[in-house]
Design a binder for this molecule. Sequence first.
Ligand SMILES: *Cc1c(COP(=O)(O)O)cnc(C)c1O
Length: 384
Amino acid sequence: MIPYARHEISPSDVSAVVSLLKESSLTQGSMVPLFENKISSRVGSKHAVAVSSATAALHLACIALDLKKGDYLWTSPNSFVASANCALYCGANVDFVDINPRTYNICVNALEEKLVIANKLGNLPKIIVPVHFAGQSCDVERIFELSRYFGFKVLEDASHAIGGLRGDYPIGSCKYSDAAVFSFHPAKIITTGEGGMVTTNCDVTAERIRMLRSHGITRNPHLFENSVAGDWYYEQLDLGFNYRLTDLQATLGNSQADSLDLILKRRQDIVNRYNIALSSLPIELPYLDGRNLSANHLYVITVKAESKVNRRQLFDHLRGLGIFVNVHYIPIPAQPFYRRLGFEVKDFPEALNYYENAISLPLFPSLLESEQAFVIDSIAKAFQ
Ligand SMILES: *Cc1c(COP(=O)(O)O)cnc(C)c1O
């Protein structure tokens, strides 16, 4: 069986985790700050705050960016449900903006039109969550411009995108946003088992998220409301959660981050081979905006409408051969939970059309050339 994604654990990952188990704290030790520093220096952000998942990162970032009951958060329908759920955790409302049919990212023209209408109706969103789908940046400069004009915050869902670039800026640098989140789930570019990170250049946002990830508690005497009663003393200043990343996970993350360039290179090589080998088939290959360097989290092909083989047939054909292709994503508004909130997927025709034709091919660093050749050959045969 060839999966669509597979995490890579190197011998140095194993020895790093084993030596931590023998020598150091399992949680709340020094490895989390080390991992945070490594990520913030890699992406060029002032702060990085590690948490237990990207879902937790989105939740805490929404609170820190002041999302409250009655507010609106808008995101892309072509994402994992967590990009939208974070709004509902805060008692806020969610809405979606359809995608660009070439990049599969949020369509900035549609966003602008929707903002103009919302401005007239007086229900502008407080936060927009652009999702850097498959590892390719959204049009962040224009989204940022709109955010300054209409007065909303930008929270990038960069779960797919660590190592990607927008022009000269690493994704997560927050050059054009208020905060960004990464996921370290095993299906993503680098992993900590489960894990996530918020990056931001705002001191207040970073401090708030640090406190919220650990029950809303601080041990920093400068922040205390009362005087220090003794060495045991701490204060809970806010209602937080236990969303901490463990040192065990951070150790794995540190070691994984050291392999990031190698991982990205392997992914790029595989993408280059797919791009060449699949170019003459009746399928759309991923489009890359010239300003982007993708982290290549997913390689999505879409079956053309005029093709004699439809998506379901191609998908079943490949699964039948042991090639565990997948589909990213079922549009969030099509999920039963969201339909019960009143959403209808037909209101997002580009996301729906994309979804009906998309297949994610196997893409991970240890994919063998022979396995990839089998995938390519199997797709070609389906169209013969
Ligand atoms: C994986 C993913 C998430 C959630 O990440 P977790 O770390 O599993 O919580 C959120 N958004 C997108 C776009 C994702 O792909």
